[in-house]
Design a protein. Structure first.
Length: 307
C-alpha cells in the first residue's frame, strides 16, 4: 500500500474579491470527489521568512523544512545529474534572452530553458549577471529509496535526488506512478509542473487547462490505482503562483487527503472508468453534497497546519 502525494506546482493563488481562482475555474471531477470523500486541509508550505518557491515548498512537503533559502543552482545541477567538482560552483541565471549572454571559456553553461541557464564556474569567480540567483543552503540527505519521486526533468527532481529519494524522470507521470503503486512502493510523490509554468507565462486560461488536464490524466488514474491497491492519496500545491502577475505566493495552500478505507461507508457500485467517483457522485446527485472542494476559498477559514 502506497502513500501517494501529488504536488500541483503553483496550483493555488491569491483570492481577489469574488473572482474565481484557477482551482475554482478548473474542471476537476476527481479532485472534487476526493474532497467530498476525504479530508480537506490548509497547509503552510512556505516557512515564515523564506521566499515562496518549489525549492522551499516541495522540500517542506517532502519532510525537510529549510531554515534559509535553498540553493537553486545545486537543485538544477542535481536535476541534470551533474556533479559539481571541488573548486567549482554552480549559479542559476535568469535572463530575458540567454542567447544574448556571453561567458568566457572557463564558464560551463547548461541551458535550462529559453530564459534560464546553469553556469558552472571556478569557486569565487566574479559572475556578473543581474539574473543570478543568490546562493543558499544545500538539502541534507533525509530520505531513502522508500520514497520515489516522479516528475519531468527539472529542479524539483534535483531536490528529491539531493534529499536521497529515488527519482523517476518521465513525462508519463501517471503511468510511472501507477506502476510504483501496483508494486507497493511505500511513498510515491508525483510532481506536476504545468500549472506553475502557465502562471509564470501570465496565462490564466492555460493554468486552468493545466489543472483540468492534471485531474483527468494524473489524479484520476492514481486515484483508481489507490482504490484497487489501497493506500492514501494527498493532493496539494507547493506554493501559489498568481497567473495575473506570474509571481509566487507564500499564503497557505489547500490540500486534500483521501483514504478509501476510511471513506468506505457504503458499498461502491462498479464504475469501470473512475471507481473513486462512484460514491461522491451519487451523494452529489442526491443533493447531499457538502460543497467541500480543494480550493483557496473553501479552506480560508480552516486552521493553518504544517504539512
Ligand atoms: Zn514557479
Amino acid at each position: 500500500m502506497s502513500d501517494v502525494l501529488v504536488i500541483l506546482d503553483g496550483a493555488s493563488e491569491p483570492i481577489v474579491d469574488d473572482e474565481p481562482t484557477s482551482l475554482e475555474r478548473a474542471d476537476t471531477p476527481v479532485l472534487d470527489a476526493l474532497a467530498q470523500a476525504g479530508t480537506v486541509r490548509r497547509l503552510q508550505t512556505t516557512p515564515d521568512g523564506l521566499p515562496p518557491g518549489s525549492e522551499t515548498g516541495i522540500a517542506v512537503l517532502l519532510g525537510w523544512t529549510p531554515d534559509a533559502p535553498v540553493d537553486r543552482a545545486a537543485l538544477e545541477a542535481a536535476g541534470l545529474g551533474l556533479q559539481i567538482e571541488p573548486g567549482r560552483e554552480a549559479w542559476r541565471v535568469d535572463a530575458a534572452d540567454i542567447e544574448a549572454l556571453r561567458f568566457p571559456p572557463e564558464v560551463e553553461v547548461h541551458p535550462l530553458g529559453p530564459h534560464k541557464l546553469l553556469a558552472i564556474v571556478p569557486a569565487g569567480y566574479p559572475l556578473r549577471s543581474d539574473g543570478a540567483w543568490p546562493r543558499g543552503i544545500t538539502p541534507p540527505h533525509t530520505l531513502d529509496d522508500t520514497t520515489v519521486v516522479v516528475g519531468a526533468p527539472g529542479a524539483a527532481l534535483g531536490l528529491a535526488r539531493l534529499l536521497g529519494a529515488r527519482v523517476l524522470t518521465t513525462d508519463a507521470l501517471a503511468t510511472a506512478a501507477v506502476v510504483e503503486i501496483a508494486a507497493g512502493a511505500p511513498r510515491v510523490v508525483v510532481h506536476v509542473d504545468t500549472p506553475d509554468e502557465a502562471a509564470h507565462r501570465r496565462d490564466p486560461d492555460a493554468k486552468v487547462a493545466a489543472l483540468s488536464r492534471a485531474d483527468d490524466e494524473v489524479i484520476g488514474p492514481i486515484a483508481a490505482a489507490i482504490h484497487t491497491h489501497g493506500g492514501t492519496l494527498t493532493v496539494t500545491a507547493d506554493h501559489g503562483t498568481d497567473p495575473r502577475t506570474g509571481a509566487h505566493d507564500a499564503a497557505p495552500v489547500p490540500a486534500v487527503t483521501w483514504d478509501p478505507e476510511a471513506s468506505a461507508g457504503e458499498e461502491l457500485p462498479d464504475d469501470e472508468d473512475l471507481p473513486v467517483l462512484a460514491t461522491p457522485k451519487r451523494r452529489a446527485t442526491a443533493g447531499a453534497t457538502t460543497g467541500r472542494r480543494m480550493t483557496e476559498r473553501w479552506v480560508a477559514t480552516l486552521p493553518i497546519e504544517a504539512p
